[in-house]
Design a protein around this ligand. Structure first.
Ligand code: ZN
Length: 209
């Protein structure tokens, strides 16, 4: 039995419902496609070297090698051992946040007060997604998270702010796995800020044939 929540069969797309989570495995050389059927929806993606999950995606490493903080096609994403994990092949939205991080209850409560208590979060989703591997939230960290389709402003005056998602209906990203990986994705459930434009929407996922 798979330790992942889902076995993705190449050529068969799967819908990740609003606020849902998923884990799956991908082989080296396979291409992964993620689509926003309704647009304006952010996905928090983490991934691990399947053969040694202590090696995981590093947004710091990816920025440092690419000398870029707005990674898109044709950038390569690197692990915490600075080895190649993903190559972005297509990116219709062209807007991904690469600073690391995901929403958590403690972060929501600090930013939005009591209403953050008990509200669903990406941290919780990601933790649920990797549980089948015997992993928990301490097996990953904010640096491992690629915020696909998320818009964050770095204004000249120093302001850092999550802004409205820009994904249009049907926009997608495709990425080639450059090592065998365990992938976990949270369909971001946050409604406290403009991240998902105040409405949660589905995503569709597929390993291409
Ligand atoms: Zn989130």
């Amino acid at each position: 039995m798979s330790k992942a929540t889902t076995v993705l069969v190449p050529g068969v797309s799967v819908t990740l419902p609003p606020a849902g989570n998923i884990s799956f495995e991908i082989e080296q050389g396979q291409r992964f496609k993620m689509t926003q059927p309704e647009g304006e929806q952010v996905a928090d993606l983490i991934s691990f070297n399947r053969d040694d999950p202590r090696e995981l995606l590093s947004m710091h490493g990816s920025r440092a090698v690419n000398l870029n903080w707005k990674l898109t096609k044709p950038h390569v994403l690197y692990s915490n051992r600075t080895r190649e994990m993903w190559r972005i092949d297509e990116d219709l939205t062209g807007e991904n946040y690469c600073g690391g991080g995901y929403c958590s209850e403690h972060l929501n409560m600090m930013r939005y007060g009591e209403k953050g208590k008990g509200a669903p979060t990406c941290q919780q989703n990601l933790e649920q997604a990797v549980r089948g591997y015997g992993m928990d939230r301490w097996n990953f960290n904010v640096d491992a998270c690629f915020n696909v389709f998320m818009t964050v402003a770095y204004d000249a005056d120093g302001k850092w702010e999550i802004r409205e998602a820009k994904g249009k209906v049907g926009d997608y990203i495709t990425m080639t796995a450059l090592m065998p990986q365990i992938v976990a994705i949270s369909n971001c459930p946050i409604l406290f800020n403009a991240c998902n434009n105040f409405k949660l929407k589905p995503l569709t996922l597929e390993i291409l044939k």
